[in-house]
Design a binder for this molecule. Structure first.
Ligand code: ZN
Length: 408
């Protein structure tokens, strides 16, 4: 890939995505296979005024070895020095940049139960830190092509060709070409218009129906809004874009208010395992039954991670007619696939969806109906035959989606 275009992409992530501020610390999380791009990214962070850039590397094959050989007690432990690091993060509010490049199947065969338990054990210490940082610092997720990932997306190409093609696809769908800053400003403005209309309706329910069997009603929180694109940090008021790309208009639904069944329309890569052709049935807002043609056990482990993992934390509206779905590429990566189709997420909701959320305490926001969980997993339910009806407080029905696209 052309060096100038890579530099432009790094700039987009730093300036528009994380919007790194003068004197701020930055933490980049990345896979070990991307040293050149991460160096480029760190340099852009410094040019934007970062005081310090630290990278936390991960490597899927090493994770497999660790999960296999380490005792559960050690896997689930947070040592004192690590806790101090997290507290430093809480107190300094760094910008976080997550660069995805991993193999969608890279953790196949990992002991999911053991890993899930370790995550649960660590959560007791991580949760209060996460809560204290919520909405207060900028973060951004973007992607660069790893070889294994590219091979999976373009199985008929050589490795080099596949990586190049995935770069093209990422840059195109991320609106990273030309004057990317202006393109993102315009894109954000369009998304905000959709939100304004939806928020003016006073919707209380979304009803999803499709010929594949999907028939699901989800309750909405009266105080919650639909959001899209850029967000603002609490207190410091810094605008940032958490996802590059981002096509979705989303809200956090009322936890405990979902009834019916929903069928997946794309596979879900959860912790490196592909769950395929699955359905989830909700009863009284909670997952009552799941089926999957592939990796049903992983899906069951996922919904049992904690109480909130069996309830919804996100309803996102994405038309079939978007750059990502029009590209026709199945990315096997949630960041892209979630922006190509309507989706729901199990697990943690977004407190920032509540109007004037800064006036509430975190507990009050949870009480309004924002779900609370250690997981947040998007799964795709949209396709060209999905209809969504909105129901207002006074019982009026308004068509929101018709045949997979916006009805307004
Ligand atoms: Zn989403």
């Amino acid at each position: 890939m052309d060096a100038e275009r890579l530099k432009g992409f790094a700039e987009l992530i730093v300036r528009v995505g994380a919007n790194v501020q003068e004197g701020q610390e930055v933490i980049i999380q990345a896979e070990l296979d991307q040293p050149e791009f991460i160096k480029l990214l760190a340099e852009e962070c410094y040019k934007a005024g970062a005081a310090e850039v630290n990278v936390e590397w991960s490597y899927q094959p090493l994770k497999l070895v660790n999960v296999k050989y380490k005792s559960l007690d050690r896997l689930g432990e947070i040592k004192k020095w690590e806790h101090e690091k997290l507290i430093h993060r809480r107190d300094t509010l760094p910008a976080m940049i997550y660069i995805l490049s991993e193999d969608p199947n890279g953790l196949d065969g990992m002991d999911q139960e053991k890993w899930g338990k370790a995550v649960q054990m660590r959560w007791g210490i991580i949760k209060p830190i996460r809560d204290a940082m919520e909405n207060k610092h900028q973060w951004c997720i973007a992607a660069v092509p790893g070889v294994e990932w590219a091979r999976k997306v373009f199985p008929d190409c050589t490795d080099d060709e596949a990586v190049e093609k995935l770069w093209e696809a990422i840059l195109y769908t991320s609106r990273a070409e030309g004057d990317a800053v202006a393109a993102w400003r315009e894109h954000n403005a369009e998304l905000k218009l959709r939100c304004e209309y939806l928020n003016s309706l006073g919707l209380r329910e979304l009803r999803y129906t499709a010929p594949n069997g999907t028939d699901l009603t989800v309750g909405l929180i009266p105080e919650a809004q639909f959001l899209a694109g850029s967000e603002k940090t609490l207190g410091s008021g810094i605008t940032y874009n958490p996802n590059i790309p981002s096509e979705e208009v989303f809200t956090s639904p009322m936890k405990g208010r979902a009834e019916g069944i929903v069928y997946s329309t794309k596979p879900l890569s959860y912790r490196g395992v592909m769950i395929e052709n699955f359905s989830i049935r909700f009863e009284n807002g909670k997952v009552a039954e799941v089926h999957a043609e592939k990796n049903e056990d992983t899906l069951k482990t996922m919904v049992a991670m904690d109480e909130g993992a069996a309830m919804l934390g996100e309803c996102a509206l994405v038309p079939c007619d978007s750059p990502i779905s029009n590209s026709g590429i199945m990315f096997y990566n949630t960041l892209f696939d979630e922006n190509a189709a309507c989706h729901l997420a199990l697990g943690d909701g977004f407190t920032g969806c509540v109007k004037d959320y800064e006036k509430y305490s975190l507990e009050e926001l949870r009480e309004l109906g924002i779900n609370n969980s250690m997981i947040h997993e998007d799964f795709m339910i949209g396709f060209e035959a999905l209809d969504i009806l909105g129901v207002t407080e006074d019982g009026r029905e308004i068509q929101i989606f018709k045949n997979g696209n916006w009805a307004f």
